[in-house]
Write a protein that binds this ligand. Structure first.
Ligand SMILES: *Cc1c(COP(=O)(O)O)cnc(C)c1O
Length: 372
């Protein structure tokens, strides 16, 4: 059996070790310490955000962002339907209502027209939505100018789920810095990793202060343990933050490597009729976390996926839209079939920054078997 080619595996440099060793040496083995502070500073410097707090996961960061916006039972939250469930689950932790919005065809992210339609319809039928959460899927920025114009017109705060999009920019500005808060993830499959972890960024220092407070069991400032709020145990470990500091040093290299993977697949596969790639609109800079292809049908997509599986190559269908998930089926959805079609015909190809040229050649060969 040939060696396994993964969709997106961790890519460490070894340099992470120096921060982890320092944590051991100084006995900072806790969910706080110099690496946590250092990683937060690195993320601020990299993205240009004014403040940052590091957490145990991206999901935790999304949950805290909702709590800071005072999202409560029965509130409606507008969100992208074409995303990973980690973005929607925290809405339900708060017993709020996800209102699912379909994608546009250029970037596959939230469709601005459907967003406005949903806002007007919710105001007419129910209530004004409390917040918008939108994703930059597969590291491709959403149409931020259009989306922010609508959010501002109706005065609804935006949380950006940039879990897949650290290193991506829109008109030169980092994803995660357009809304009132932005979320990153450092899960093992992301472009950089701490094995598990996440971060929240904002230009509002008070938001980040409050998130950090809530993430450490909401302990009041007193010599004894005193609490006047419900809190969480969501802080990032100083050991894992050490891995993160090492990974931040190579983030730009990782983006370049992933973009090269995309270019390779495009060069090899775009000649085939029925295979298309998502192009960057002008001013968009994607980190190409995963290279995705659209095929001409569900049948072709499955044939390719199974052929790759036989070659010990991992590929995955695109995210199944949230409005098709049994667990969210009762919630309002403003959809036009776009994400359903993407789910049917789309496939993620192995995209790790650590893939060798021979790995990519093997993937392309596997795909070409079916297309010929
Ligand atoms: C990975 C991911 C998350 C969640 O991050 P975790 O760190 O795994 O909790 C949220 N949203 C999207 C779109 C993701 O891809």
């Amino acid at each position: 059996m040939k060696n396994k080619i993964w969709l997106s595996s961790p890519h460490l440099t070894g340099e992470e070790q120096k921060y982890v060793t320092e944590a051991f040496k100084t006995n900072w083995v806790a969910p706080l310490g110099p690496n946590v502070n250092g990683l937060e500073q690195d993320i601020c410097n990299y993205t240009g955000a004014k403040a940052c707090s590091a957490f145990s996961s991206g999901t935790a960061a999304i949950h805290l962002a909702l709590i800071i916006l005072e999202v409560e039972e029965g509130d409606e939250i507008l969100c992208s339907s074409f995303t990973y469930i980690a973005m929607i689950n925290p809405i339900r932790y708060q017993k709020a209502i996800p209102v699912l919005i379909d994608s546009e065809k250029d970037t596959w992210n939230m469709n601005p027209e459907l967003l406005e339609k949903a806002i007007l319809d919710r105001i007419a039928k129910s209530q004004k939505p409390k917040a918008i959460i939108l994703v930059h899927l597969y590291g491709m920025p959403a149409k931020m100018e259009e989306l922010m114009a609508i959010a501002n017109k109706y005065d609804i705060p935006v949380i950006e789920d940039a879990a897949e999009a650290i290193g991506a920019t829109y008109k030169g500005k980092a994803m995660g810095t357009f809304g009132v808060m932005g979320v990153f993830s450092f899960n093992g499959n992301k472009i950089i990793t701490t094995s598990g972890g996440g971060a929240l960024v904002s230009d509002n220092q008070n938001y980040i202060k409050k998130a950090t407070f809530l993430a450490t069991q909401a302990r009041d400032d007193a010599p004894h343990y005193q609490h006047s709020h419900i809190g969480y145990n969501y802080r990032m470990s100083n050991i894992l933050a050490g891995i993160g500091r090492g990974q931040m040093e190579v983030l730009d290299d990782r983006v370049v490597a992933r973009r090269k993977v995309f270019e390779f697949y495009k060069k090899e596969l775009s000649q085939f009729k029925g295979i298309t790639f998502v192009e960057e609109p002008k001013g968009f800079y994607a980190n190409r976390w995963l290279t995705t292809i659209l095929t001409d049908s569900f049948k072709t997509r499955e044939k390719i996926r199974l052929a790759l599986e036989k070659e010990n190559i991992e590929s995955r269908p695109l995210w199944k839209p949230m409005h098709l998930q049994p667990v969210f089926k009762e919630f309002p959805a403003y959809v036009d079939g776009t994400s359903e079609e993407l789910f049917e015909k789309g496939l993620c190809l192995p995209s790790g920054s650590n893939l060798l040229r021979e790995d990519l050649v093997r993937v392309v060969k596997g795909v070409k078997q079916i297309l010929k």
